[in-house]
Structure formats: C-alpha cells, structure tokens
Ligand binder design. Structure first.
Ligand code: PLP
Length: 405
C-alpha cells in the first residue's frame, strides 16, 4: 500500500542527510575512514561509569531507572551552571537552563518553538548538516552567509537579512558554531562574536549558538579566545547550547540549553511530548561524575587524545598535500577542512577513493545550504588508527593529484 498521501506536509519534505547515507558506505572494516565524525570510544571513561552505576543502584535501587522531571535534574542543572560560569563566563539563572537528550534534540526543539514554514534562518557557509536538516524539517528557508578568517561576514549577513525581509519572510535567528566548527574547524575572533551580538540586538534577531566542541581545544589554544557570545549577552537575545557528548560520551544523550525563560518554557512543553524526560540514569551518572571531581582530568585526557591525532594528521597533510591543497590547521574539535584546487569535485573523487583506494572522507558540498564548496572536503581524525593516518592521506593525495593532471 502506498502511504504517501497519508504523510504530513512536513514529513513529505524530510530527507535523510547525504552524510548519513555516506556513513553506511564508508564504515566498512577495510576502509580507512576520515568520514566518521563521532568521538572515539577510547575516550569514554567506561570503568568510571561502571563504578558510578553500581554505586547508584546499590544506594538507590530501582529509583535511578524512574522517570524524572522534563526540565532536567535540578542538581545537575546547578552543577552545569556553576561549571559554565567558571569555564566560560556564562551567568544564567536556573530558569534559563534546560537539559536536552543531546544537542541534536536541542536543535529540533528550538526549531519547533521558533519556526513556521517559510521563516528565514541564517547559517554559516558551510554549517552543520544536522542543524540545517532540523531547521528544514520545519520548512525554514536557509540563507548561507559567507565566512572569512574571523567568522561570519557581518556585511554579508546584513545583505542576506535585507534580502529575506524584502521577500517578506519573518527572520528568526542566526545559527552559529563559533568554536571548532563542524565541518570547517574554524574559530571566530572575539571581535566578530561581539559584532554579531550587537548586530542581532539591533536587528531583533535571536542568536542560536551551538558550542558542541568548545572544550576540545588543543595545547596551543588559549581557552579565553573561545568565550561564547552568550557570555556577553545581557539582553537575552542568545540561545546557547552545549553537550556532554564530546567530552564524556554521546550515548549518554545529555546536553544543555541556556536561553530566555520565555523560550525555554515553550521548549519544555515540546520536550514533554517528545520524550517526557532525558534519561534519568544518564543524568545521575553525569552528576556523580561531576560531584566526584572527575571532569577536569577527563576533559584534559580527551583534549590530549585528539590533539595527538590532529598532529599526526598535520604531519601527513604537510608531507602529501602541501603542494596543491590549502588548509588552516585545526586547533581543536574533531575536524580538518581542506580546500582542493578549483575544478575538482570532491563528491566525484569519493567514489574512486572508496572503491579503489579504500579511503573515505566527507565531501564539503552538502554542508553549504545554498550550493558551492564542490572542491572542499572534511577529514575527521577522531577514529582513524594512528598508523593508518599517513597511509590514508598518502593514498588520498595520489588520487587527488591524478584528478588534477
Ligand atoms: C555542531 C554540532 N551540534 C550538535 C551535534 C549533536 O550532538 P549531540 O546530540 O550528541 O549533543 C553535533 C554532532 O556531531 C554537532 O557537530
């Protein structure tokens, strides 16, 4: 039976992201994969999780498997707020914080409470595919704004805003990832963050700041340069989101959103119908982890792990890509972005690279909301075995050089 006519209008336009389709293809055991963007399971402190979980069950029995409040465990919210104040200079009340089942749920919930079909959302070019898909599920119109070395080009943002307004669209928010962006790895300057904040306040736009990677900085990066826009927000125009996925483990599915109470109350209503609550057990494990004081050492360990992987990748890039590709060294996060010579289509390269060389990567084009970026690609270094990084890069560079001659 064909059920297409029974689908909602929203469901009819939903599609699976190209990356998800590619991930199936590229996660084969004999493939050296720079594609998988997930954190490395070696960084997950599973022994400590086991100890905490046993302790919680012994002490509280079945209670840790019970439903809990939609907003999130109050003690965990308190611990998150304290940590955010210390680490990032963000100061918010408890009514301005909500725990979500991963920041991916946060993206969906924010979209749900802010977007009607046809509304304008401004995103970086390139931007995170999972966010763009969440906004497009509510039939938002995405405007891809140019970026330069300091972050989003605010003149281009002004031009795109004027264009959207001339089209009669309600303009809702600017979605940005100022720290170690997925996919580009870029870090915004503090001046550009301030500029965006002033622009948004002047234009009555919300800023939706996704800081999934801000704590994954490498040795030569001063964390003061990573201060979020939310830290300067005294007018309530910024919604800020971060996650335990990258510094602890994504399977726990716990993230946090700081935003104006008026918006968070609506998000709470939507979350109630989405999942009632974030996993009680996950929240308790994380709270215990924080209260035992284990987080600073864990975060430092994760940073060291990715910093070393990234360094190996840099060595390989310098050895094999120096003559024909351009890149800015990742200084944190999980991704290295690469510009290939004009005229090369990374999507075309992928097929031969996978089939003949057994090397996978993610072509850059799908990260651009309005097209472009055919000659770009994203390399993720999180899950490639150390000994395979150089081999994979050598094969990939040979493939690209063959395509340019
Ligand atoms: C920029 C960005 N935001 C959000 C997410 C979702 O993370 P999670 O739902 O695990 O918190 C990701 C995952 O890759 C991401 O890269």
């Amino acid at each position: 039976m064909d059920l297409a006519d029974l689908l909602s209008k929203d469901a009819r336009v939903m599609r699976s992201s190209l990356i998800r389709q590619l991930t199936g293809l590229v996660n084969q055991p004999d493939v050296i994969s720079f594609a998988a963007g997930s954190p490395n399971a070696k960084t997950f402190p599973h022994d400590r999780f086991r100890a905490i979980q046993n302790h919680l069950i012994e002490r509280e029995g079945g209670q840790v498997f019970q439903y809990s409040v939609t907003r999130g465990n109050a003690r965990l919210i308190g611990a998150v707020r304290e940590r955010e104040r210390e680490l990032k200079g963000i100061s918010v009340s408890s009514g301005e914080t909500l725990l979500a089942s991963g920041s991916q749920q946060g993206l969906d919930l924010v979209a749900r409470v802010l977007l009607d079909p046809g509304d304008a959302v401004f995103v970086e070019a390139p931007s995170y595919i999972g966010a763009m898909a969440a906004f497009e599920n509510f039939r938002a119109k995405l405007y891809a704004v140019n970026c330069d070395r300091e972050g989003m080009d605010l003149d281009d943002l002004a031009a795109r805003l004027a264009e959207a307004r001339a089209e009669g669209r309600p303009c809702k928010f600017v979605y940005v990832i100022p720290n170690f962006q997925n996919p580009s790895g870029a870090v915004w300057s503090q001046a550009r963050r301030q500029g965006l904040y002033e622009f948004a306040r002047r234009e009555r736009l919300l800023i939706f700041e996704d800081d999934a990677y801000g704590e994954l900085y490498f040795a030569d990066m001063d964390p003061n340069r990573l201060r979020p826009v939310k830290a300067i927000d005294d007018s309530g125009c910024a919604i800020y989101m971060s996650t335990f996925s990258k510094i602890l483990a994504p399977g726990l599915r716990v993230a946090w959103i700081h935003g104006p109470e008026q918006i968070l109350r609506r998000i709470e209503c939507c979350k109630e119908t989405a999942d009632l609550c974030t996993s009680t057990l996950s929240q308790r494990i994380i709270l215990e982890f924080l209260e035992r004081g284990w987080m600073p050492a864990q975060a430092a360990r994760v940073r060291r792990f990715y910093s070393a992987k990234s360094q190996r990748l840099q060595d390989g890039l310098e050895a094999h890509f120096g003559s024909f590709a351009r890149w800015r060294r990742a200084r944190g996060g999980l991704f290295q972005w690469l510009d290939l010579p004009e005229g090369i289509d990374a999507l075309n390269l992928l097929h031969a690279s996978l089939e003949e060389d057994k090397v996978a990567f993610i072509p850059g084009a799908p990260f651009f909301a309005e097209g472009g970026g055919a000659n770009t690609l994203r390399l993720s270094f999180s899950n490639v075995k150390d000994e395979n990084i150089e081999i994979g890069l050598s094969r990939l560079s040979r493939r690209i050089r063959r395509a340019t001659t």
